[in-house]
Design a protein around this ligand. Structure first.
Ligand code: F6R
Length: 609
């Protein structure tokens, strides 16, 4: 997974490329490079490390030219190194390529090219694309690119540049994202909108198999057979500022604070502003749509998977349909019992996670109806699924997902209410109660965000611990899973989440004096049992932080500290309870001096298996 950019126009290319790449670093940041068409040919500059390393290398010797391509890498084939950084070229250096994805048949192609006497300079799969491009070129870039596409297998977004055609970039994609930004006398190419939003809001969102010729005068799109394609302009409705940090120290903190708005935006049009009816016009489902549905699968990865676990609870309890939740990378290979009587819901913030995309394709192949819940309009998953419900969280840049998670919970809850009402399993009164509760959530989150000092102190005090445990029952357990993941991924503290009743079956052995245990106790139907489990860990002298409902004074007798959340009702509690967990993780990571927005070994959009 990587970020790619391209520029052709009248301005200098390098500054745009570097700026665009900085907005795409969430896609990978182990090396970076650019290629600019200079007076005497194409100049490639690249190096291992973050973008700043490249900037440093270019100080005082910035390439000069008005067309170029750039790449920020997250290694898949070939370790992070100067030679494996993109752009890649053929031996002559006249044919240049940047790539996001994996060329699956590259080894076989590489052997063939080596047999023809070609020499390779890197260990990457991408380099063979540059060699093939050169090999196939007979005076027409488009035709050479088509031949490349007929030869390679795998997933890719690619941008091609060639010395013989100085004013033209060609780009294409399969299973990886690519957009074109439309300017005046200049055009842009990027993996994602933040890279170009400072320049234009008018975009083409490329689909698989489309090949675009991009010059300063315009953009022409065709398929591999040369049939012209008329693209619709997609107007981006959020601005450059939305993609920036907006005064916060980190994107993650900004995104945590954006949750009230993200929730409001995701409810808009689906929950009547002054009423209680929940409706998904984009789905237009009727009761008949569910007559043949015997099971729902929810499939996702990481945080989105955790949202799926909460979604199972909602759908089973409110809509009374059996639900299985699967990790996408497992679902695909476990021969799941999916058929035409199933609905498969995939959840993905980015809409590009390859495991989730592959699981979605597998569910479709097996005959299931499919629904995507995603945050990115026009993403691969959105386009592949039969139907889509968007979360309107806005761009999520920090690697650790926060506002996407809460909007995923919201969508799953609203879907469950919608389906429950359609199927008659949910009373009007209960649906109205939930809707009324939902109206209050943005304000409740907002108020909680005004009072975070206590959390900062806890994080400072316990940020040096080696292990932490998160406990809860029922929906609290599902949220505990997400709390543990947040802490692990950004603070590198080893954390585990357990169903509180399960701890005594083994893990209790790990509870010793001073170990932080975060106990969620927001679910009133299992409250007494949860408090018993809390006492079990307290008896082993753990340091207990309880997440409890406002007014619950009795829990303070057992826990060392209590963080209170508003009393919102059973189903709504997860939307609120996760907030202190996100903040605990954030401030613990800060205390430990971690790179919060770019945790080690991770990238935002995981487009490799
Ligand atoms: C954790 C996190 C990841 C993602 C996972 C799926 O904070 O962000 O676990 O949730 O990689 O990504 P999407 O939702 O884009 O499919």
């Amino acid at each position: 997974m990587c970020g790619i950019v391209g520029y052709v126009g009248n301005a200098q290319a390098a500054p745009f490329l570097l700026d665009g790449m900085s907005k795409l670093e969430y896609r990978g940041y182990d090396s970076a490079g650019i290629a600019v068409y200079e007076k005497d040919g194409i100049r490639v500059e690249k190096c291992v490390g973050r973008l700043d390393a490249l900037r440093h290398k270019l100080e005082g010797k910035m390439p000069v030219g008005t067309m170029g391509i750039g790449h920020t890498r997250w290694a898949t084939h070939g370790r992070p190194s100067d030679r494996n950084s993109h752009p890649h070229t053929d031996e002559s250096g006249n044919f240049v390529v940047v790539h996001n994805g994996i060329i699956e048949n590259y080894l076989m192609l590489k052997e063939q090219l080596i047999a023809k006497g070609q020499k390779f300079a890197s260990d990457t799969d991408t380099e063979i694309v540059a060699h093939l491009f050169a090999d196939f070129y007979e005076g027409d870039m488009e035709e050479a690119v088509k031949k490349v596409l007929r030869t390679i297998e795998g997933s890719y977004s690619l941008v091609f540049m060639c010395k013989a055609e100085p004013d033209k970039l060609i780009c294409t994609k399969k299973d990886n994202p690519l957009i074109i930004g439309l300017g005046e006398g200049e055009n842009f190419i990027a993996s994602d909108i933040p890279a170009i939003i400072a320049k234009t809001r008018r975009t083409y969102i490329m689909s698989d198999g489309e090949i675009a010729t991009v010059t300063r005068e315009g953009v022409w799109v065709q398929d591999i057979n040369g049939t012209p394609i008329t693209k619709k302009v997609f107007e981006v409705n959020w601005n450059a500022e939305a993609a920036e940090k907006g005064g916060f120290e980190h994107f993650m903190l900004k995104e945590i604070y954006e949750q009230p708005k993200a929730i409001k935006d995701t409810m808009r049009g689906r929950l009547a502003e002054n009423g209680t009816e929940i409706n998904f016009a984009e789905l237009g489902w009727t009761a008949e749509d569910f007559t043949g549905i015997s099971k729902i699968f929810i499939v996702a990865c990481g945080t989105a998977y955790h949202a799926g676990i909460v979604g199972k609870y909602y759908l089973e309890n409110l809509a009374r349909i059996p639900v299985e939740v699967d990790i996408a990378s497992e679902f695909r290979y476990r021969n799941p019992l999916v058929d035409a009587n199933c609905l498969t819901i995939v959840i993905s913030q980015s809409g590009e996670t390859i495991d989730t995309l592959a699981a979605l394709k597998e569910a479709k192949r097996l005959g299931s109806r499919t629904l995507a819940v995603t945050n990115v309009v026009g993403s691969s998953i959105a386009r592949e699924a039969d139907q889509v419900v968007y979360t309107y969280a806005g761009p999520e840049i920090a690697v650790a997902s926060t506002k996407a998670y809460t909007t995923q919970l919201l969508v799953m809850l609203m879907l469950a209410v919608y389906v429950g009402r359609l199927r008659g399993t949910l009373s009007e009164a209960k649906a109205a109660e939930l809707a009324e509760g939902l109206h209050k959530v943005p304000e409740q989150l907002h108020d909680m965000l005004e009072n975070v000092d206590q959390i900062k102190v806890f994080a400072r005090n316990y940020g040096s611990c080696l292990d932490a445990f998160f406990l809860g029952r029922s929906l609290d357990y599902a949220v505990a899973l997400e709390g543990a993941l947040k802490l692990k991924e950004i603070s590198y503290i080893h954390a585990e989440a357990y169903a509180a009743g399960e701890l005594k079956h083994g893990t209790l052995a790990l509870i010793v004096e001073g170990v932080p245990v975060i106990v969620l106790a927001t679910q009133e139907d299992v409250y007494d049992k949860t408090v018993s489990n809390l006492q079990e860990v307290k008896a082993r002298e753990a340091m207990v932080i309880a997440i409890a409902l406002e007014g619950d004074d009795s829990i303070a007798k057992y826990a060392d500290h209590v963080i209170y959340i508003p009393r919102a009702g059973k189903e709504l509690a997860p939307l609120l309870a996760v907030l202190p967990l996100q903040l605990l993780a954030y401030y613990a990571a800060l205390t430990r001096g971690c790179d919060v927005d770019k945790p080690r070994n991770l990238a935002k959009s995981v487009t490799v298996e």
